[in-house]
Design a protein around this ligand. Structure first.
Ligand SMILES: Nc1ncnc2c1ncn2[C@@H]1O[C@H](COP(=O)(O)OP(=O)(O)OP(=O)(O)O)[C@@H](O)[C@H]1O
Length: 395
């Protein structure tokens, strides 16, 4: 997972292009860093009286791929539509290249924003060839320039040989690449991708997500992807915003979301794991029945108080010589590994990933050892600390 995250995005500094002029009603904000292509600031979106996006803020620098990830109905598409200009914001503002394009009471029309969109169903023109689909948004260019850009894009997405074919003659993955080339052709400031791989099976989805990421990176495109599939988000995005009930709970790398979730929702939504009762020893240590775990300073957790610690399946190591024994209550074969659900002496359950040559039956006992790199602890639900720090106590 970590390998898919592009560390270079942190230090993007090759910007310096001036924001475009002439967007009606928009004002350049001189205090903004020119590297920032998209700024979503304290945005609320409502359908009538019903708020569906609340207090969302994030920024994307040029060439960065952001992702809105969350369960169905959490407001991802609504937020994407607000960035595209299809929905007005009821509070806050949206800026593209430093130009304000949305604020309460005023929305720059979608066609006046330099925004490209790739939809779930590709939305290709069935009666146009691949080349003409890609060239559709390039009518302002001369014939020769248009052809040059079409050729360039088709080569970029690996479809030069398919220029004269029609969409129905292509596979789903190829059609999606045509849709991507068409959206990228006019060089939009921001590319928005709404569940672009949802009609494909899981394996192809991840592979396409990696391919699309490579294409976007080659053209230095700034993009926002919407998905409910975390593997797709990990494969494609530099930064991921986990949404629930209209709010972004955490904006982070995939690695950060998995290993240092900011709250219980993120801990539960991203990856697998179990919460194990723990006793807070001091500012940097807790004790669990599997042993001590150390980490950064606990927020709102008093020494001596009770807590719960997130244990991921990869925090436990199979170790035949370990004195800590646990019994297998469930087993799932994952190819290279088994995912065992283990019951500890106290009755608490944890998950453990074990190489699949260690094959054990449900009911057997195995030795395990704790090897946690990160400490993630939450106040117990009924504690005063939890009531005071409901929105997260990641350590
Ligand atoms: N045009 C609309 N009018 C009223 N309510 C709407 C409208 N569109 C969406 N909603 C509601 O707003 C909420 C957020 O919907 P949205 O489509 O943004 O969620 P989502 O996270 O993209 O979900 P999904 O992954 O299922 O597409 C839902 O409760 C939905 O029912």
């Amino acid at each position: 997972m970590e390998a898919n995250l592009d560390p270079s995005v942190k230090g993007l500094n090759d910007h310096g292009d001036a924001p475009p002029q002439g967007l009606s009603g928009s004002q350049p904000l001189s205090q903004d860093h020119p590297a920032v292509r998209l700024a979503v600031r304290d945005v609320d979106v409502a359908y009538g009286e019903q708020p569906v996006v609340r207090d969302v803020r994030f920024e994307l620098e040029r060439g960065t791929i952001g992702c809105l990830l969350g369960p169905s109905g959490c407001g991802k598409t609504t937020l994407l539509r607000a960035i595209a200009g299809f929905e007005p914001v009821s509070r806050g503002q949206i800026l593209i290249r430093g130009q304000r394009v949305s604020r309460a009471g005023w929305t720059l029309a979608p066609e006046q924003r330099q925004v490209g969109m790739v939809f779930q169903d590709f939305a290709l023109f069935p009666h146009l060839t691949v080349a003409r689909n890609v060239g559709f948004g390039l009518r302002a260019l001369s014939r020769r320039e248009r052809q040059r850009r079409i050729d360039e894009l088709l080569e970029l997405v690996g479809l030069s040989q398919a220029a004269r074919r029609y969409p129905h003659e292509l596979s789903g993955g190829m059609q999606q690449r045509v849709a991507l080339a068409r959206a990228m052709a006019p060089q939009p400031d921001i590319l928005l991708l709404d569940e672009p791989f949802s009609s494909m099976d899981a394996e192809l989805r991840e592979q396409l997500a990696r391919e699309v990421r490579a294409v976007l990176k080659r053209e230095d495109v700034t993009a926002v992807l919407v998905t409910h599939d975390q593997l797709e988000a990990f494969a494609m995005a530099d930064r991921i915003g986990v949404m629930n009930a209209g709010s972004v709970h955490q904006w982070d790398t995939g690695f950060g979301l998995y290993h240092q979730p900011a709250d219980r929702f993120v801990a539960d939504f991203i990856g697998q794991g179990a919460l194990l009762p723990a006793h807070v020893l001091n500012a940097t240590q807790v004790r669990t029945e599997l042993g001590r775990i150390s980490g950064a300073q606990p927020h709102g957790l008093e020494p001596g108080s009770a807590a719960e610690v997130l244990i991921r399946p990869d925090d436990l190591v199979y170790d035949e010589s370990s004195p800590r024994q646990a019994s297998i209550v469930e087993r799932a074969f994952r190819g290279a590994e088994f995912l065992y659900t283990l019951q500890l002496e106290s009755g608490a359950e944890v998950l453990c990933l074990v190489p699949s040559h260690h094959r054990h039956a449900v009911g057997e006992t195995i030795g395990i050892r704790l090897e946690a790199d990160h400490l993630v602890a939450f106040a117990c639900p009924d504690s005063a600390a939890h009531r005071g720090h409901r929105e997260g106590t990641a350590l």
